[in-house]
Design a protein around this ligand. Sequence first.
Ligand SMILES: *Cc1c(COP(=O)(O)O)cnc(C)c1O
Length: 340
Amino acid sequence: MPIDFRSDTVTKPTEEMKRAMLEAEVGDDVYGEDPTVNRLEKLAAEILGKEAALFVTSGTQGNQLAVLTHCVNGDEVIMEADSHIFYSEGGAVAALAGVQTRTINGERGVITPEAIARAVRSRNIHFPRTRLLCMENTHNRAGGAVISPEQMKAAYEAAHSRGVAVHLDGARLFNAAVALKREISDFTRYADTVQVCLSKGLSAPIGSVLAGSRDFIEEARWWRKKLGGGMRQAGYIAAPGILALTEMVPRLEEDHHRAKRLAEGLRQLSLTVEPVETNIVLVHTERAGMNAVQFLEQLAERGVLAVDFDESLVRFTTHRHITDQDIQAALTAVEAILPA
Ligand SMILES: *Cc1c(COP(=O)(O)O)cnc(C)c1O
């Protein structure tokens, strides 16, 4: 079995999750009659500090429903230039919501309130309307960077004071909360809507949750149905999601420790590594005398998997199936492929 650092999405459900799936009480969720889905949505809304929540198939679907629900086509949406919504969702905000993106380069994922103020459109017959700001926390392409509640507050106020709503792509928001030892609601209070993934470090097999006001979620539910995301006895997949939220959050700290340990080891091998705040480690491969693809091929031959982020940047992600021994084995493999 290779040591798989490609993503925390590779985590498989726990034994307890599998039992919960078998035993789940289910009904037709399109009629609102699946008790397990209803329980997950209520629990998620409470944890995220919102009135209501919606179980969705993926993080991408949650983000897209948010943009569809917040905006009308032709609106402008501000987002960080390397954000998942812009970079990794197949152009869906253009294809589905028909919105125009206004990207801003952030500093480790953070867009300053000044940059937001400059980007929001004034009323002018020539201009689109700025409807939404999207934030991402932790920020994936910035290397799992954490945006503090204070930084979120500044961005939220810059947007809200100009009539712009805020959506938080919190695919790994629980990692941010654990890293800063803060409550999840310390972050979500600075967003009108939030999407969190259950299927990454939290180990559920499938799904995300979108949360917001009751009216917003009702409208998002309509969009979800329209996109073919109305699921029937979805309690079978919601049941492990409940355990993801109630049982799996504190252990994320272990993933963060192992990521730091991996980063230290890579630096000792003279590689340049981006600062590590959560479970993502970005390594530059130039000093190994290889591009990212070559680096990954060599590692794969030694049973270690990761992904390339650009020409000479590789991402390692720690998760529940990565042990201390795996960190050591990965470092040994990297050492073996470095030029003498
Ligand atoms: C993984 C991820 C998503 C999308 O989640 P999927 O379930 O893979 O669609 C969205 N945003 C960020 C920041 C992510 O890391």
